[in-house]
Design a protein around this ligand. Structure first.
Ligand code: TPP
Ligand code: MG
Length: 343
């Protein structure tokens, strides 16, 4: 690794004020995210879950962003690829596994799509699979915070690059800008929207530049660097919490795996392209930074890896042993009272 990369985080200012413990927590989150990701794919191949989605390549972006989230105050309106954000704001591997296995004890009663987490306690808003549908909800939550004069709070809403082509995305950004809402729109630009590359998605590939059109601040950062992500999200959330209005952020990363277990990415992109991005894999890159800085040594990293695997195994076994929702619950939370649609 180039020496300059190390010196970038050597002093506390460039560490964006992150303590050693926070840097360790970020790395641990990244390891856990990748382990749980892999487990989802394994369970799918074993025929135990019908579907899994990976966030490989998004670990740095999400774990850094989660460190800027204030638990008990802020709200998170994520999208389906936000495993690291969910873990980073306090969801446990067991809660993640309950969602993947669609068990009754899941916060959505095992009735949501896998990877669509929610947690009232953690401030994680339940979201839809319909791209961008959650963004007006996030704007509504930010409007409520402003209306109720709840200063010191903000909404962090995320989406992928492809989702920025949706009408709701524009409408939400415009409304948030006009009303100076406490909102941070974090776009996780992984260069693909299933099989659609960025070049077929938009004429201007720098998504953050659209901020100027809304009259709000915009910032782009290296999504493979968790410290850069933390810094950008922290600045934007602080501004939003202090009444300074919304910000558009763009973290540039890469989707290393296929979109989900349901597609073969080799039908629309080349192995060479994926390999070229792999050399920037955020996990080994951040590990080298922590080793060079002396924040973690090889034995500690080894122990952390084992602990993360143990935690993943335990969460998998525990969730798998739980019951599915009862058939009698099929219409629960859908229809008022005891009304049954077939009557
Ligand atoms: C309105 C709508 N159109 C299409 C889809 C199908 N779909 C699901 S994910 C996806 C790609 C989204 O790409 P992006 O926003 O870049 O997020 P990424 O999956 O790359 O993280 C598409 C087209 C959908 N869920 N909703
Ligand atoms: Mg994408």
């Amino acid at each position: 690794m180039a020496k300059t990369e190390i010196t970038q985080v050597r002093n506390s200012l460039e560490r964006q004020g992150l303590s050693d413990d926070q840097l360790k927590a970020i790395f641990r989150n990244m390891l856990l995210q990748r382990q749980l990701d892999n487990r989802g794919f394994q369970l799918n191949r074993q025929g135990k879950v019908p579907f899994a989605l990976g966030s490989e390549g998004h670990e740095a972006l999400q774990s850094g962003a989660a460190m800027a989230f204030e638990r008990g105050k802020d709200l998170l309106a994520p999208y389906y690829r936000d495993l690291g954000l969910a873990l980073g704001i306090g969801l446990t591997p067991y809660e993640i596994m309950l969602s993947i296995f669609a068990r009754a004890a899941d916060h959505n009663g095992g009735r949501q799509f896998p990877n669509h987490y929610s947690s009232k306690k953690a401030g994680l808003i339940s979201f839809s699979s319909i791209l961008a549908a959650h963004i007006p909800h996030a704007v509504g939550a930010a409007f409520a915070m402003q209306y109720r004069k709840e200063s010191g709070r903000a909404v962090l809403v995320t989406c992928g690059d492809g989702t920025t082509s949706e009408g709701e995305w524009h409408e939400s950004m415009n409304f948030a800008a006009v009303h100076k809402l406490p909102l941070v729109m974090l776009v996780e630009n992984n260069l693909w929207a299933i099989s659609t590359p960025l070049s077929r998605q938009m004429g201007q590939p720098d998504i953050y530049k659209r901020a100027e059109g809304y009259g709000i601040p915009g910032e782009q950062f290296d999504g493979f660097d968790p410290i850069a992500s933390y810094g950008a999200v922290k600045r934007a959330l602080d501004r939003a919490r202090g009444g300074g209005g919304p910000t558009l952020l763009e973290g540039v990363c890469y989707r290393f795996l296929a979109h989900s277990t349901d597609d073969n990415d080799m039908t629309y992109r080349t192995r060479d392209e994926v390999t070229a991005h792999r050399k920037d894999d955020p996990l080994p890159r951040f590990e080298r930074v922590l080793l060079e800085l002396g924040i973690l040594g090889p034995p500690e990293i080894d122990a952390m890896r084992k602990e993360v695997l143990r935690e993943t195994n335990e969460a998998t076994d525990r969730a798998e042993a739980m019951p599915f929702p009862a058939a009698s619950e099929l219409y629960t939370n859908l229809y008022e009272g005891a009304w049954e649609p077939w009557q």
